[in-house]
Write a protein that binds this ligand. Sequence first.
Ligand code: NAP
Length: 483
Amino acid sequence: MSETYLNCIGGEWVESQSGETFANVNPADTGEVVGRFQASTAADARAAIEAAAEAAPAWRRTPAPKRGEILAAAARIIERDLDDIAEGLTREEGKTLPEAKGETARAVQIFDYFAQEGRRLSGETTPSEFERTLLYTVKEPLGVVGIITPWNFPVAIPAWKIAPALVAGNAVVFKPASNAPLTALRVVKALEEAGLPAGVLNFVTGSGASVGAELAANPEVRGISFTGSDTVGGRLYGEVTGRGAKCQCEMGGKNPIVVMEDADLDQAVSLTINGAMWSTGQKCTATSRAIVHREVLDEFTGKLVAGVEEIKVGNGLEEGVQVGPSIDEDQLNTVLEYIEIGKQEGAKLLAGGRRLTEPPLDKGYFVAPTVFGDVTNDMRIAREEIFGPVVGIIAAADFEEALAIANDTRFGLSASICTRDVHRAMEFADRIEAGMVHINSPTVGAEVQVPFGGMKDSSTGTREQGRVAVDFYTETKTVYFEY
Ligand code: NAP
């Protein structure tokens, strides 16, 4: 029997008013229910919002360095429980255990970094036009904020939203993705154990349509930070900003890696495999287009296909496995459909291209890592986010054409170039339309101390992570003090 987990509202662990739960299933072994979670209603979300509103004033008055100390204590708890949290993450999300450990370690760094932000939450003092006047700014919390997260980074993304929200003095209602609520719950438990006062962080599981929609609509919620698909994010942004609240949406990508003729090709192949295949391609920053100079196209393609065919797919808990399953049946079918679309569009299937069903893979949602050649940038597989282990190779005649193809997308999250030419690298950094640029490094990866986010349809609102992260969770007040 799997364990049933509760919501946390006002410091109490409670059942949903619906009296119903839903199953959190292991995508590598669908016979395993990792846990049952509360199928919460809009009324549960309202109760959590009220609890947050009640806790907000005292939390706001708590000095920011003290708020930071609680985050630092949570970091130590997550560090202590890292192996256990990571194992749960692999069971519910499917990524490999080393990836899950890496992500959990990142959450530790995030809490440590934002703990220190409690000592840096400064405004500015500026000269006034008037005599004997002190003119300064302070950052104030929004009040109650809603945090809505996806399943693909179930510990890092909640951490990088919750930590700046809390250190800035907000009370939070957190709705995790229904596909990976267990790891999210561990973050909440760590903060509870670290001494976070009751009601400052409320945890409500359940569907986006009920819990998420209430957070979006409720006037008490002064900001929503969302990461997920652009379909949901686009609608949410309109609704939340339409009622005058703040909304930050981090959404999809169609991230290119440009491989120039002077690149170290072995490195370029390794970066492409890293970006496209690890975490089953289920990263917003995943590489989905390899734009390759014609002079090295054949050599790059041969090396990439050879590398991809060696990838070991399986249950992420097993040693040596490099790629786990798709998160659920819908996502599996989406990936398989895009593979069919690619074939119909005339792309050449060079590796993978099918569901893996040899036992024990028949128990999960596994797809063979897939490479398409002869892709053109007008094909749907080059334009739409697939969110699976699929990469398309697009030929380019020269740097200008490669750059034009890279920018010919409605997304603008991350982009990479492989070249030894420093001038071209800088030219790429200047002209690529992406929020994050990598030179001889993969499109994926995010260090906590720098901003994370995209341009164009990939993001709205201010950036996450780095010092700017608190900007979303605060308002600036300007004070004129004539003495
Ligand atoms: P999703 O379907 O958009 O869901 C994201 C979150 O929104 C989930 O918690 C979901 O709840 C909730 N939600 C669904 N409908 C809602 C509604 N009407 N109102 C409010 N909330 C609602 O995305 P996903 O499939 O979990 O995640 C994959 C997507 O996330 C990809 O597009 C990926 O690129 C993107 N992503 C972006 C970044 C970034 O930083 N740019 C990082 C990681 C992932 P349920 O789980 O209950 O449906």
